[in-house]
Design a protein around this ligand. Structure first.
Ligand code: PLP
Length: 414
C-alpha cells in the first residue's frame, strides 16, 4: 500500500535507557515520587480464609508470603524483563544461585548438561561436585567449535549452557549458530545463557537473528545482578529470565521449594541503579575499548583479549551479534615472563584494586594461570591479567598500567 504523505509517523519506541527510567510504577496513593518504595514483610495478611485459599503467587497475581515476592521485588522483576525483552523474571540471592536453580529445576538423574570450557568456574564446580551426586553428568564443549558441540549433543542432553564471552579468556561464540545446532540435534534441550557480560545491553539473547531462515534465541538467561545492574559493588543478587510461561512455572516452583528470596533493601538498590545502567555500561565500554587499543604492543603484553579487537578469539561473532561490549579486557602476558613478575605488576597498580566481582565504579585486576583452568585443548600459556574497567578517568588507568608494564623485567623474546 502506498504511504500517504499526511499519515502521522508512528513514534519510534523509546530507547532502553528511556524505558528503564520511565518504567510504569504505581506509587502509594498521595505520594507520587519516582523512587520505588521498599516493601518488607514475611507475613502478608489475607482478608478471609477464602482469600488465603485463592490467592496465587506463581503468576504474580497476588502477594502471599514474603519469600514469594513483594511490590518491590515484583517491580524489579518487571524492569529486568523490560531490559531483556523477556516475559518472566525470578530473583535469586546471587548470580551463582540463579545458575544453580536452573540446573536443579531442569535436570534429573540420567540427564547430561553441557557447559562451555570457559564457563564461569563455580558453575562447572556445581556440576562436578553437586549435580554428579544426583546422577547428572556434564560435558564440556569448546565454545568456538560448532562441530565439537554437535558431537557432544544427544537425546540425554537436557540443558546447554552458553556464556558470551567466556570467563577470563573472553572468546565470543557464534551464539545463533550454537543455538541452531542444539535445536537441530537435541530439540529436547533447554538453552540457557549466562548473560552477565551482555547485561541486556550488548545484544538481545531472545532474538539472536536467523539461521537458514529460522529465528534463533535462547530459552532463558541468568544474570549476576551483582555486576552491572547493581553497579555499586555492594549487592549480591541474581536473576533468571525467560519468555515461555510453562518454563517459568517450572523454574519458579523449584526456586520456591529451595526457599530462595531477596531482601527489599537490596532489591531497591538494584532498582535505583538500573536507571543508570545504560549510561554506566556505555562509559565502561568506551573506556575499556580505549585501554584495550592502547595496551596492544605494550611491553610484556603478547595479546589483548577484548571481543571488539580483530584478533581476539571470536571477534567476528561479537561483531555479528553485539552493539556494545562490557568493560572487561584481559592482557595475555608474554609467556616468558615469570608469574611472580606479573603478580608484582598487579600488586603495584594504584587505581586498579585486586578483587573478583566487577561492574562497579572501581577498576579491578586479577592474574590467572589459564592453562590450569581449561580442560579441552587451548592456546593459553602465560599469565592472563583480567582487567575490569570501572568509572575512573581512562587516562589515569592507562598511566597506572603504563607504569606497571614499564617496570616489568625484560624478557628474551622482546
Ligand atoms: C559474577 C558472575 C556470576 C556469579 O554472580 P554472584 O552474584 O557473584 O554469585 C555468574 N556468572 C558470571 C559470568 C559472573 O561474572
Amino acid at each position: 500500500m502506498p504511504e500517504h504523505d499526511d499519515a502521522p509517523a508512528a513514534p519510534a519506541p523509546p530507547a532502553l535507557a528511556t524505558q528503564l527510567i520511565h518504567h510504569a510504577y504505581q506509587p502509594p496513593a498521595g505520594f507520587d515520587s519516582p523512587a520505588v518504595s521498599v516493601c518488607k514483610g514475611s507475613t502478608v495478611y489475607f482478608s478471609s480464609v477464602a482469600d488465603l485459599r485463592q490467592r496465587r503467587w506463581v503468576d504474580k497475581s497476588g502477594y502471599t508470603y514474603g519469600l514469594h515476592g513483594t511490590p518491590t521485588t515484583f517491580t524489579l522483576e518487571a524492569r529486568l524483563a523490560t531490559l531483556e525483552h523477556a516475559r518472566h523474571v525470578l530473583l535469586a540471592p546471587s548470580g551463582l544461585s540463579a545458575l544453580t536453580v536452573v540446573d536443579l529445576a531442569l535436570l534429573q538423574a540420567g540427564d547430561v548438561v553441557l557447559l562451555p570450557d570457559n564457563v564461569y568456574a563455580p558453575s562447572r564446580d556445581f556440576a562436578r561436585q553437586e549435580l554428579a551426586r544426583f546422577g547428572v553428568a556434564h560435558r564440556l564443549y569448546d565454545p568456538l567449535d560448532a562441530a565439537g558441540l554437535a558431537a557432544a549433543l544427544g537425546p540425554e542432553v537436557k540443558l546447554v549452557w552458553l556464556e558470551a564471552p567466556g570467563s577470563v579468556t573472553l572468546e565470543f561464540p557464534d551464539l545463533r549458530g550454537l543455538v541452531a545446532q542444539v535445536r537441530r540435534l537435541a530439540p529436547q534441550a533447554i538453552v540457557a545463557l549466562d548473560n552477565t557480560w551482555g547485561a541486556g545491553i550488548a545484544f538481545n539473547p531472545f532474538e539472536l537473528g536467523d539461521v537458514d531462515g529460522q529465528p534463533q534465541g535462547v530459552d532463558l538467561t541468568i544474570h549476576a545482578l551483582t555486576k552491572y545492574p547493581s553497579g555499586g559493588g555492594d549487592v549480591l543478587m541474581g536473576s533468571i529470565a525467560c519468555r515461555d510461561t510453562a518454563l517459568y512455572e517450572k523454574l519458579a516452583w523449584t526456586h520456591s521449594r529451595l526457599g530462595l528470596g531477596v531482601g527489599g533493601n537490596d532489591a531497591e538498590l538494584v532498582l535505583r541503579n538500573l536507571s543508570t545502567l545504560a549510561l554506566r555500561y556505555a562509559a565502561q565500554d568506551a573506556s575499556a575499548r580505549r585501554i584495550a587499543a592502547w595496551a596492544q604492543g605494550q611491553p610484556g603484553v603478547r595479546r589483548v583479549l577484548h571481543p571488539a579487537l580483530p584478533d581476539s578469539p571470536g571477534h567476528a561473532h561479537w561483531a555479528a551479534h553485539c552493539r556494545a561490549a562490557a568493560g572487561l579486557l584481559t592482557l595475555e602476558m608474554d609467556p616468558a615472563l615469570p608469574a611472580a613478575a606479573v603478580d608484582a605488576l598487579v600488586d603495584g597498580l594504584r587505581h586498579f584494586r585486586i578483587g573478583w566481582s566487577w561492574g562497579g565504579p572501581v577498576s579491578l585486576a586479577v592474574p590467572y594461570q589459564a592453562r590450569f583452568m581449561r580442560s579441552l585443548d587451548h592456546p593459553w600459556q602465560g599469565v592472563l591479567v583480567r582487567l575490569c574497567i570501572g568509572l575512573e578517568a581512562t587516562e589515569d588507568l592507562i598511566a597506572d598500567l603504563a607504569a606497571g608494564l614499564a617496570a616489568l623485567p625484560p624478557v628474551a623474546s622482546d
